[in-house]
Design a protein around this ligand. Structure first.
Ligand SMILES: *Cc1c(COP(=O)(O)O)cnc(C)c1O
Length: 368
């Protein structure tokens, strides 16, 4: 039986990639902000309509450098959600800051803005909301709250590459937006990421931070790290970006097919398109709702696996409950996030997933 994984990395034709990397054999310049790095940076600034964009080695380091660049006092609190990938929470803690967990709303799975203000105290320095599955957070309300309390806003935009809200790129939201170009994301550069901000000084600081704080051979202004994107990754990004619009269209087509098949199934709730948002169709989550028709998520997960189909419980468990935290954050009450994490399954979705495969997956779910 054909094996279907939850995702499959987009790649250009091999000739296209070879054409792109060929000149590296002439220049022998493999990393440290070479020509491919410069080209991809420019291409992305244009595609995402942002002025200041720094490429980095991955999405996780984008988050860590964003937090470091904003220079918060040690142990300050950052309001975030537990319904996310490990990276979001780890970045806060690894930066010497304290995560404060806010619940999510059950409609689009992003931070419940009505619960943020209660969590703010004098140690709070920032909000780090996560756009989820290509849905975006309530950016207007987050703006209002951050201004009222003088907080910084750093978006984890790993799921939201290319998403638009009211026809504007979401890369410009908040103080900083962080993207991941990991192999499994809608747009990939094998490994990679970007930090977008509206402030030139902040960008210069991030540029220094990703290269050991080195400004020039005698001027080292920050205790930086090494988070530079290399030329081969940048070249992959350049190629994949040429096909991004087409890729997103194909993903939408697959989601439309899934939706048509599963829409009327009792006990299953689908992700609803947000108003004024142009999504990137990055994931296809389904929620197994409580009630009469209650279908068990884990049973379907296993049934699919028995049929060589690998969906993912994305996101389960909640980050605040990870073993490595030893219960330290369990006191934060996030009942909606908990409920969704037990009921969600993200189904296979990638460019090249065939309609027959989608039908086979849906048949297995509809039998339940
Ligand atoms: C993928 C992802 C990251 C981390 O990105 P990497 O490029 O894998 O380091 C962070 N946050 C979220 C929500 C993600 O999905």
């Amino acid at each position: 039986m054909k094996k279907i994984l939850v995702t499959k990395s987009s790649m250009p034709d091999i000739e296209e990639y070879i054409g792109e990397i060929k000149e590296l054999w002439e220049t022998h310049w493999l990393t440290n902000m070479g020509i491919k790095h410069e080209t991809l940076q420019k291409d992305l600034q244009e595609y995402l309509s942002v002025k200041n964009l720094e490429l980095v080695v991955n999405g996780h380091m984008a988050l860590e450098l964003a937090l470091q660049a904003l220079n918060f006092k040690k142990n300050s609190k950052v309001i975030t959600t537990p319904f996310t990938f490990a990276s979001t929470t780890h970045a806060i803690i690894r930066s010497g800051l304290e995560p404060v967990f806010c619940d999510i709303n059950p409609c689009d799975f992003t931070i419940d803005v009505s619960k943020i203000e209660n969590l703010i105290d004098k140690e709070t320095c920032a909000i780090l909301p996560v756009h989820v599955y290509g849905n975006i957070c309530n950016v207007e309300e987050i703006d209002r709250i951050s201004q009222k309390y003088g907080l910084k806003v750093i978006y984890d935009a790993a799921h939201a590459f290319g998403v638009k809200y009211k026809n504007k790129s979401i890369a410009n939201m908040g103080d900083i937006s962080c993207f991941s170009f990991h192999a499994t994301k809608v747009f990939n550069s094998i490994e990679g990421g970007a930090i977008c901000c509206n402030d030139e000084d902040l960008q210069s600081k991030i540029y220094a931070l990703k290269n050991f704080g080195i400004i020039n051979s005698e001027e080292i202004t920050e205790v930086g790290t090494n988070a530079k994107m290399n030329e081969f990754c940048a070249a992959m990004g350049i190629c994949n970006l040429r096909h991004i619009e087409d890729d997103i269209k194909k993903r939408k087509h697959i989601i439309d097919h899934y939706t048509a098949r599963l829409r009327n199934k009792k006990g299953i709730r689908l992700n609803i398109a947000q108003e004024d948002v142009i999504s990137n169709y990055s994931y296809f989550p389904i929620i197994f709702e409580e009630g009469e028709a209650g279908i068990n998520r884990d049973k379907i997960y296993e049934k699919l696996m028995d049929n060589n189909i690998f969906a993912r419980k994305y996101f389960y468990p909640l980050t605040k409950s990870f073993d490595c935290f030893d219960g330290k954050y369990e006191h934060y009450e996030t009942p909606i996030a908990l409920e969704i994490s037990k009921r969600v399954l993200t189904l296979p979705l990638y460019v090249g997933l065939e309609e027959d495969d989608v039908d086979r997956i849906c048949d297995l779910i509809l039998e339940a």
